[in-house]
Ligand binder design. Structure first.
Ligand SMILES: [Zn+2]
Ligand SMILES: [Zn+2]
Length: 47
């Protein structure tokens, strides 16, 4: 299932595509677009 992740410090994750941007004010990517991810293991394509 597609979810959306923040690639910044907060490592935020949401299933709600209407959120769209990072919601963590302390994050270095606050307000930046979240990245769609389709992983099924929770690692978000981490290496
Ligand atoms: Zn973030
Ligand atoms: Zn993922």
């Amino acid at each position: 299932m597609t979810h959306y992740i923040c690639t910044g410090e907060c490592k935020g994750e949401t299933d709600d595509e209407t959120v769209g941007t990072c919601q963590a004010e302390s994050c270095n990517k606050f307000g930046e677009p979240l990245k769609p991810c389709n992983c099924e293991n929770g690692r978000h394509n981490a290496h």
